[in-house]
Design a protein around this ligand. Structure first.
Ligand SMILES: [Zn+2]
Length: 204
């Protein structure tokens, strides 16, 4: 079984990393790496350190602005005994589909990952987190509302008079040698939440 055929289970720790980073840097895109473990029942995503040194814009993020910090985040995942399985970035006020820039960046990523022998797998996972701010007239107690269907994850976070609509989608990019003008092979990732790692008070 190829790694892309497996269920991708997002642990609470990883989910919290990605959501906090995407909300905190809402005006610009955020970027981070993902560490996990390959289990029988699926690929568990367990941590997602954000790369705070990445150059962030409204519709771009340059994670190689500070290559030594990229190295550090990579080393951190390695020190935790996890595998580096891919990366994530946010799309503030935009859909969770890869932009044209993302597809081009992806080709450079594949080159870097291959040259530096970073990945354990033949595929690289890319998660995109679409995030949209909502303002409400009434006050909400902090609440998370999940909709986990068909390999995608949708979460609404409400807190006070502010809310966030978050949509997470993922795809696998094959780490293959590419010729000029080639696009990489891509497969949709089968995402779901690893619910047993979430606080028991949370309802799904
Ligand atoms: Zn993007």
């Amino acid at each position: 079984m190829d790694i892309w055929e497996k269920k991708v289970l997002i642990d609470f720790g990883c989910f919290a990393n990605m959501i906090c980073a995407s909300i905190e840097s809402y005006d610009t895109e955020t970027f981070g790496l993902i560490g996990g473990e390959n289990k029988k029942n699926g690929l568990r995503l367990m941590t997602a350190p954000p790369l705070l040194s990445a150059e962030q814009g409204e519709d771009f993020v340059d994670y190689l602005a500070c290559p030594e910090k990229y190295e550090l985040a990579k080393a951190l995942i390695d020190d935790l005994g996890l595998w580096l399985v891919g990366d994530y970035h946010s799309h503030p006020n935009a859909i969770a589909h890869p932009s044209e820039d993302d597809l081009i960046t992806c080709l450079n990523d594949i080159k870097t990952v291959r040259e530096q022998n970073i990945s354990t797998f033949d595929w690289w996972l890319q998660l995109i987190i679409s995030i949209e701010r909502k303002d409400y007239k009434r006050n909400f107690k902090p609440v998370f509302i999940f909709d986990d269907d068909d390999d995608e994850i949708q979460v609404t976070v409400k807190r006070g008079k502010v809310g966030w609509k978050i949509h997470i989608m993922g795809h696998w990019c094959r780490l293959e040698e590419l010729k000029e003008g080639d696009w990489c092979q891509r497969k949709d990732a089968k995402l779901s939440l690893n619910k047993k790692t979430y606080p028991s008070s949370w309802e799904f």
